[in-house]
Design a protein around this ligand. Structure first.
Ligand SMILES: [Zn+2]
Length: 163
């Protein structure tokens, strides 16, 4: 598992504009600093996982790895002790980042022998049961994944469409 080494800590007092000294740790593990002049204390800023989560990166990575191995959200929640909503939020944030990487790196690829797989499901109720006034997301939903197997064991997801 990836371990991050923290950068050399520096903190400047907002009152006196002086460089603060290390002053132990906060109970949440973040480093504390104290101004040598006014004795005001500061805590280093929170580093948010995936830009907006307070859960540690290690726990989020473990949850995402487990989801990739086919574990259900409920089982990941039980094992990692993370809330289901936290796991789903991490999944969405990671997915959005993957989408950006794909859009940036996978361009003008000439593919051949593309395999298209479709999975069909429904949200809330089946299409024929949807009534006027229901949630607009209710009804049939399908996910199509186009994959190009360009080398033995190596494949590239060319596109993903959800409707
Ligand atoms: Zn100060």
């Amino acid at each position: 598992m990836k371990t991050t080494t923290k950068a050399k800590p520096t903190m400047t007092c907002t009152e006196c504009d002086r460089k603060c000294q290390r002053f132990g740790k906060h109970r949440n593990g973040l480093r504390r600093f104290r101004c040598p002049q006014c004795k005001k204390t500061y805590t280093e800023p929170h580093e948010k996982t995936l830009g907006e989560m307070y859960v540690t990166e290690d726990r989020v990575l473990l949850a995402l790895k487990m989801l990739l191995e086919g574990n259900s959200v409920a089982s990941v929640s039980r094992i990692t002790d993370l809330d289901k909503h936290t796991i789903l939020k991490a999944l969405v944030l990671a997915g959005e980042r993957c989408e950006k990487v794909m859009a940036r790196l996978v361009v003008n690829v000439s593919v051949k022998d593309v395999q298209a797989d479709e999975i069909w499901s429904f949200i809330g109720k089946k299409q024929k049961r949807v009534e006027i006034g229901d949630d607009p997301n209710f009804g049939a939903a399908s996910l199509v994944i186009a994959t190009w197997h360009f080398f033995s064991g190596m494949s590239l997801i060319v596109t993903v469409r959800f409707s």
